[in-house]
Design a protein around this ligand. Sequence first.
Ligand code: LCS
Length: 390
Amino acid sequence: MNKTGFSTRAIHSGEREEETGAVVTPIYQTAPFKFKSAAHAASVMAGEEKGYVYSRGLNPTTEVLEEKMADLEGGEAALAQATGMAAISAAVFTSIKAGDHVIADEVIYGSTYDLFVDMAKFGVEVSFIDTSDSGNVEDAFRPNTKLVFFETPANPTMKLTDIKAVSEIAHERGAEVMVDNTYMTPYYQQPLACGADVVVHSATKYLNGHGDTLGGVIVGTSDFIKRARHTAKNIGGAMSPFSAWLIIRGMKTLPVRMDRHTENAMAVARFLQSHDKIEKVIYPGLPEFPQYDLAKKQMSGFGGMIAFLLKDAKDVPLFLDSLKMCTLAVSLGETGTLIQHPATMTHAVVPRDDRIRYGIADELVRLSVGLEDVEDIIADLGQALDRVNY
Ligand code: LCS
């Protein structure tokens, strides 16, 4: 299916001819699978032939999602996990060992940041730096650096990292590059084609798109995914077949949803930009975005995430509490517009001084622009901003 278009592949890749003629991938809601014989069991367990054994390791429904994601990201193989964090932990534990050094961007999702902070107790050193400046990446390298990890755009500040430039620096020095592609999805950005080695996702977000399940995916070479599957099987964070089924269903409409998210976000960004109570709007689709040229080079669309700063942090609670339709909730990438305050919500785990230094200001609000009529999103934001007085 590789030569067909992205939308076609989002629908058809990985899908199988079912014996029953089922057109939609069935949910194989089973923990174990029956062996044909003792000899068959021994051969499958020894890895001499492929077979399903136990859904913590491999499940036919989840496998359809894995093959679809591998194809869409342009990787050799993929592994689905119960959550984005399960996928990121399994991928990181596959990549590194005690004594290694990791370079991580300082602006990443709060739990990912926390995971890297925790790595110290396993004898792994992590340097949090600003990877948007490739020079910083070069400077942070040590002889034992094995992994460079970043999100682009970064949650929540929208800062971009040049995947190609950082991959070249890392590869010259023998390190792997892992990119969290949750914000863009493979529809808008394919990190492997830019030189990265591994892609991770929270499938909870745009891939599923409907906010009704958690999920995570790792994409990479067959060798990396084989090793990750081994690690992940022992950690135990397998994706449930029902979650896989929901995410497969969501992904069939990924391109149409992403295009509408982008169209709505562009209009909302322009509205916020023109509003006198807003200090600054950060959206990669605006020509004023500091890395607009990199955005156009590395992404084929700008997505549905916007960050903006109110003029005064003390007005954030009143603004959020005044919204009538936009939902005050963490998470992102679903049908309805979600709004949250990173300083007190998704990034509350980052110590305040570090957080401010990283640009995650107290005034910063994160908006996941949904698929509602854009006039209604703008009207709701407008009436809430009217309640804020300076
Ligand atoms: N990567 C990114 C970029 C994320 O935004 C998240 C979750 C994860 C990984 C982890 O995925 P999960 O385990 O939740 O599936 N981001 C969230 C957020 O911004 N608000 O709530 C969750």
